[in-house]
Structures are given as structure tokens and as C-alpha cells.
Ligand binder design. Structure first.
Ligand code: ATP
Length: 367
């Protein structure tokens, strides 16, 4: 296989950008800085503004307010075809009447690249997506995953500094999706191109990204690595959108530097306090909670809430439980392999320290 061609990735700088469609505001004041060569994923529920952001970068739609720079230059007013960006959509959009080879050659033909140089670049791009043996086939003779690999080759064949992808794996089955995620990750690593990737699938975002921007209702809630978003969500929305979680609500009072929550008559101590008069909630990650026999002595600093096992699922790598707490909340708990087994109906305590919980302001939009 030919050595991949490394291109310098372009930085993207979006400042105070808004997008309105008539009276409707699809994006409100977003700030997004993407580093050269970074894999940035735009993650969020349907209608949150991810595609609108991608379309602004691509030049498929105009910004209503704010600024947008690609590679250090303002692109306001620059038409899409002059931005030198590769784009891959969910639906492959290959030209059906052209072979794979001609599809991939098309962006080069547009740029006046001919002859042997064109052939070499097409071959290199098809090698990169492992589709070199299919150059003479037509799109209709390929599977969905193969078509998407060809679309990726076509988007990268002219060595763009920036590749935009909008749910490129959305139409594929889970297994193929997981395999192609790793292929896309490998290609990103080989090329050094900046990738901006839209998905509503948080697992996909975690697998692929250097950083993730979490969208909600036309705003960006938080930008960070997967680990930062999981361990230190800035908002309840982010905490609930990334990974599994349980939200505990109760009455709160401040005691020194601690927030003391009373939940179903039992006290939980959280270190720290929220600024302002925000109503605190506690977010628990399933693997940071342990199950204990009720009546056993709590260790120092251990919070306990009593409940009953409502569901017990054996996962091979451990077990997952749903525990109905005395206030009716259902807490999700993951026990590692070798932990004591519990059965549906067993009375248990869930146990966690202040370091295991995340204290956040309540937010109705997270439910
Ligand atoms: P999805 O995952 O469903 O694609 P998304 O996060 O990509 O969602 P966008 O496509 O960016 O969301 O849309 C954001 C909002 O803007 C939505 O409420 C959508 O209905 C609205 N919107 C998008 N395009 C237009 C348009 N051309 N005219 C009016 N409203 C639009």
C-alpha cells in the first residue's frame, strides 16, 4: 500500500455564531474552536443544531451573526466549492452512473488534475479505505458500508485540510458501524486532516473523538474530551447524555463547605456547594456505586440509601442492577465480576462516597 499523504489540518474558529430561519433560532451564540488535525464530534439530540453548524462550516448555509474562520481566514461569503473541504453525508450520494474509480476521480477532474497523477491519487485513496479491488464496480453493486468507504475516498482524494461528516454511519447496522468507526479513526490518524463529525450516538462520539461538543437546543453545553464529559459534566444535560446515570433529587441544605441532601428521609453528604441559588441534584455513575447488605456498618465517609433490587442482569463481565430507592427513584448499579450476587426483591443499600458523586444544578431540559 502507498504511504498515506499527510496534509496539514485546518483550524476552525467560530465566535458568537447564530443561525436564524425566519423567526426560529437554530443556533444561539455558539463558540467553537477546533484545533488543526483534531477529531471533533458534534453530539446532541435531534434538532439541537449539529447539522446547522456543519452546514455553516461547509458553506451550505450562511451565518446570521458572528464570525467563522477556517485555517485562520474568514470564510464569510466564500461559496462552498471554494472552501476546499471534503464532505461525507449519511446517504452516500455517489454518482450512480459512474464506476467507483470515476466517482473518486471526480473531485480531481474538477480541479484539473489529469493523467497519471490522477490515477495515482485515486489508487491511493481507494487503498486507504481498502476498496482498490472495487474500482470498476458501480455503486449499485456495492453494500452500504462499501459505498460509504468510497464516499470517504472521494471526500479525501484531493487532500483537503478539513473533512466534514454528517452521520456517515447512521444507515448501517451496528457491527458494520463499529468496524467502520475504527477505520475512520485509523484514517484520521494517518492523514492529520481536521475531522468534524456529527452524530447523536454518544458511544460513537466516545470511540472516535479527540474532543466532543455537546449540543442542546441550539447551544453548546460543554466541549471536552470524553473523559472530561463523563467525569466532570458541566451540566445535568451533559451528565445524562454521556453514559449511564442516576439522578437523585431531594431537599438540600448547606453545612460548611458541604451540601447535605435529604433523599427519602436519608442524608447524603456532597462536598462543595453550587454557586448562586441553583437547586442541587446528585448524579451517580453506575460503576461508582456499590451494593451492601442493609444493616451493615457504613465505612467512614460512605453515603447509604436503602432500596430493593428491581432488576438483576448478568452481563458476563459483571452484573447490572436496578435498585428502587425508598423515594421511588430507580438507581442503576454495575457490580464487577466476583461481587456478591443479589436477586430481585432483595433489600439492599446503595453505597457511595462524596468523591463518587457529581453535584450539579437541576435542569428540567435534561429529563
Ligand atoms: P438531527 O440529528 O435531527 O439532524 P441536528 O442537531 O442536526 O438534528 P439541525 O438540523 O441543525 O439539528 O436543526 C436545528 C433546528 O433548526 C431544528 O429545529 C430544525 O428543525 C431547524 N432547521 C434546520 N434547517 C432549517 C430550515 N432550512 N428552515 C427552518 N428550520 C430549520
Amino acid at each position: 500500500m502507498n504511504a498515506p499523504h499527510r496534509s496539514a489540518g485546518a483550524a476552525i474558529e467560530i465566535r458568537k455564531a447564530s443561525k436564524r430561519y425566519g423567526a426560529f433560532t437554530a443556533l444561539k451564540d455558539i463558540d467553537l474552536h477546533i484545533r488543526p488535525g483534531e477529531f471533533m464530534t458534534l453530539l446532541g439530540p435531534s434538532g439541537s443544531g449539529k447539522t446547522t453548524t456543519l452546514n455553516l462550516i461547509a458553506g451550505f448555509t450562511d451565518i446570521s451573526a458572528g464570525t467563522l474562520e477556517i485555517g485562520g481566514k474568514s470564510v464569510t461569503g466564500l461559496p462552498s466549492h471554494k472552501r476546499n473541504i471534503g464532505v461525507v453525508f449519511q446517504h452516500y450520494a455517489l454518482f450512480p452512473h459512474m464506476t467507483v474509480g470515476r466517482n473518486v476521480a471526480y473531485p480531481l477532474a474538477l480541479r484539473g488534475i489529469k493523467g497519471e497523477d490522477r490515477e495515482k491519487r485515486v489508487k491511493r485513496a481507494l487503498d486507504m479505505v481498502r476498496m482498490a479491488d472495487f474500482a470498476h464496480r458501480y455503486p449499485a453493486e456495492l453494500s452500504g458500508g462499501q459505498q460509504q468507504r468510497v464516499a470517504l475516498a472521494r471526500a479525501l482524494v484531493f487532500d483537503p485540510p478539513l473533512l466534514l461528516m454528517d452521520e456517515p454511519l447512521g444507515a448501517l447496522d451496528k457491527k458494520l458501524r463499529e468496524w467502520l468507526q475504527l477505520e475512520i479513526k485509523r484514517i484520521h490518524r494517518e492523514l492529520g486532516t481536521t475531522f468534524v463529525y456529527v452524530t447523536h450516538d454518544q458511544e460513537e462520539a466516545l470511540v472516535l473523538s479527540d474532543r466532543i461538543a455537546v449540543f442542546n437546543g441550539g447551544r453548546i453545553e460543554q466541549i471536552g474530551t470524553g473523559r472530561e464529559l463523563y467525569d466532570k459534566p458541566a451540566t445535568l444535560f451533559v451528565g445524562r447524555f454521556i453514559g449511564e446515570s442516576t439522578v437523585l433529587r431531594g431537599t438540600a441544605e448547606i453545612s460548611g463547605n458541604d451540601t447535605v441532601m435529604t433523599i427519602g428521609g436519608q442524608r447524603v453528604i456532597a462536598h462543595g456547594r453550587l454557586p448562586g441559588d441553583a437547586r442541587p441534584v446528585i448524579l451517580l455513575r453506575p460503576e461508582r456505586v456499590a451494593l451492601k447488605q442493609p444493616g451493615t456498618v457504613a465505612a467512614a465517609g460512605e453515603n447509604r440509601l436503602s432500596g430493593t433490587i428491581a432488576e438483576a442482569i448478568y452481563l458476563g463481565s459483571g452484573s447490572k442492577y436496578e435498585v428502587r430507592l425508598s423515594d421511588g427513584t430507580v438507581a442503576v448499579v454495575r457490580s464487577p465480576l466476583g461481587a456478591v450476587d443479589f436477586a430481585i426483591g432483595d433489600a439492599v443499600d446503595i453505597a457511595f462516597t462524596a468523591a463518587d458523586l457529581i453535584l450539579l444544578p437541576d435542569d428540567a431540559s435534561a429529563d
